[in-house]
Design a binder for this molecule. Structure first.
Ligand code: FES
Ligand code: FES
Length: 193
């Protein structure tokens, strides 16, 4: 947790489809700290605290569409009135809070044994979700397999994993991208890994 002032300011935002606030939080506090210390949402990871590792990535849903934001270097009040998603919002839960179903990304990461300690995983889940949602809204067309692979690399490459689990993260997301109905891969472009 970083240092912050004692000047309080009300904050209201939507997280994972639910309204939070107004809650009085320091006016210069970063979002990750507000999630942890004020809202009880501890799934977002604090890694470097300097905007480098992206463990703290959350999703912002605004007029630009879903996009990644690093919550360790973005003040909580930037999100006033905005809608965000954190890692807690991906799986489906029953009325009793019991887990019903993981998101497709979460399930793919499990199926591919993509993570080890899992500290980086919330950031990877959010990055992959943004990529797949944005890609899924593109007009249907033919892709080269390498093109899809490059899109996955571009989206996930900024995320650091100290357990070096990158390849299985990338494979899981590539598999999901190739299943999108608007992504058609030319058979001739199929290349073995
Ligand atoms: S903790 Fe935010 S980028 Fe590393
Ligand atoms: S799985 Fe350990 S840091 Fe990525």
């Amino acid at each position: 947790m970083s240092q912050s002032s004692l000047r309080l300011k009300p904050l209201t935002l939507r997280i994972n489809g639910r309204s939070y606030g107004p809650v009085e939080v320091p006016d210069d506090m970063m979002l990750v700290d507000v999630l942890h210390e004020y809202l009880g949402l501890t799934g977002t990871r604090f890694g470097c605290g300097q905007g480098v590792c992206r463990a703290c990535t959350v999703i912002v849903d605004d007029e630009q569409g879903p996009r990644e934001v690093r919550s360790c270097v973005t003040g909580a009040h930037y999100f006033e009135g905005k809608a965000i998603r954190t890692v807690e919002g991906h799986a489906k839960h029953g009325a009793d809070g019991a887990l019903q179903e993981l998101s497709a990304v979460q399930q793919a990461f499990l199926d591919h044994f993509s993570f080890q300690c899992g500290y980086c995983t919330p950031g990877f889940v959010n990055a992959a979700t943004v990529l797949l949602e944005r890609l899924g809204k593109q007009p249907a067309r033919d892709y080269e397999r390498e093109e899809v692979r490059a899109l996955v690399l571009e989206a996930l490459n900024p995320h650091l994993c100290r357990c070096t689990g990158y390849v299985r993260y990338y494979q899981a997301v590539e598999e999901l991208a190739l299943k999108l109905p608007n992504v058609r891969v030319r058979a001739a472009a199929e290349t073995p890994r």
